[in-house]
Design a protein around this ligand. Structure first.
Ligand SMILES: [Zn+2]
Length: 271
């Protein structure tokens, strides 16, 4: 079984950074990473909020880029989640610790924890890291990472604009951050649409386009791209609401790819 807890230990192992976690690195990812880039290249980790396995497969047409990344030589893991909520789930992804160990359960806890994320640990060992996330989550990272973009939260459908800005900053770090080794970003349109009972086909289409553009930027600098969900989607009709801190019962995809011009035609059309 694979768990979201293994992502941070895997990245730490790839870069030779010391991280304490009860979880083990995913050997298949390390093998994949070293076979593409024996000297570690930039790792971009994109968390797609609420992307669970059911949505990944059910919205396969809309999420064509994600599926292509897997089909064209990438890896797909089905990961156990650790929480039903975004803040503790993402903290677990970035620390390799269970929510009860990192203690970051609500947005008020962000920045108060003494536990360091893989991003901070990399910086401490002289490897540049960047994060593109919601403004409040970004604030505690300012001054600790080489690149921090905090994007102001937006209401309702404007979450699409929010994700567009997240995508643009992520690409800008990949293009301009000559020495950056790890970039983390968090995109949220699918989560917002799921909560509101809005059209997930549209949310998935928008998300896939953002991922596609990030993948092109990763390809251009010959890096690795990791994409995962954070928890099971809170679909209105699925009755999957858990209590805060409750254990995730869900499984989410983790995609690992070394994209090389996955879709040259669409890249040309975007310009
Ligand atoms: Zn979430």
């Amino acid at each position: 079984m694979t768990s979201l807890l293994q992502i941070a230990p895997t990245i730490a192992s790839y870069f030779g950074v010391h991280l304490v976690s009860p979880a083990h690195p995913i050997e298949q990812i390390l093998k994949f990473a070293y076979s593409h880039y024996p000297v570690p290249h930039t790792v971009t980790l994109v968390v797609i909020d609420s992307l669970d396995l059911k949505l990944y497969y059910g919205l396969g047409n809309e999420l064509a880029t994600l599926h292509e990344l897997v089909e064209q030589g990438g890896l797909l893991f089905e990961c156990d989640t650790v929480s039903n909520h975004t803040t503790p789930a993402i903290a677990s992804i970035l620390t390799g610790l269970e929510p009860e160990s990192h203690g970051i359960l609500t947005s008020d806890d962000v920045g108060k924890s003494k536990i360091k994320s893989i991003l901070e640990l990399m910086e401490e060992e002289g490897k540049q890291a960047g994060a593109v996330i919601e403004r409040k989550g970004a604030e505690p990272l300012i001054g600790k990472l080489s690149y921090v973009y905090g994007v102001k939260d937006r209401e309702g459908m404007d979450i699409i604009e929010y994700d567009k800005i997240i995508k643009e900053h992520t690409i800008s770090i990949l293009r301009n951050g000559e020495s950056v080794q790890m970039v983390f970003s968090h995109i949220r349109t699918i989560d917002r649409f799921a909560h509101r009972g809005w059209d997930l086909h549209l949310a998935a289409t928008v998300t896939d386009r953002n991922v596609s553009e990030v993948a092109d930027a990763v390809a251009a600098r010959e890096g690795l791209l990791l994409i995962c969900g954070d928890h099971q989607a809170h679909l209105r009709n699925r009755g999957s609401r858990g209590d805060r801190g409750s254990r995730g019962v869900g499984r989410v995809p983790l995609i690992v790819a070394a994209p090389h011009d996955i879709n040259p035609v669409s890249t040309l059309n975007k310009k």
